[in-house]
Design a protein around this ligand. Structure first.
Ligand SMILES: [Zn+2]
Length: 86
């Protein structure tokens, strides 16, 4: 299922992850993109990386910053690492 990314403000967006009833902030930082949480699972993470790449074709998915060790924060990290995010 494609994920929806909507603008909240300049350089700040949110991605809706309805399968897990979560919202993920997407930040534009320089020529890259960052997400402060990676909830869901690997497949959700891959869908989010794809949605970010499609929504921001000139920016790379560069940073994933899980804030704590729960699944709501880091269970989709693998997809971001596979996309070369740090
Ligand atoms: Zn948590």
């Amino acid at each position: 299922m494609p994920l929806t990314i909507s603008a909240l403000g300049e350089g700040l967006h949110e991605a809706l992850v309805p399968q897990f009833d979560k919202r993920v902030m997407v930040l534009e930082l320089g020529d890259g993109l960052a997400v402060p949480q990676a909830p869901g699972d690997t497949w959700t993470g891959e869908a989010l990386v794809d949605a970010m790449s499609e929504a921001f074709p000139t920016r790379s998915v560069r940073w994933v910053v899980p804030t704590h060790h729960h699944s709501d924060s880091m269970s989709a990290v693998r997809a971001f690492v596979a996309a070369s995010a740090l």
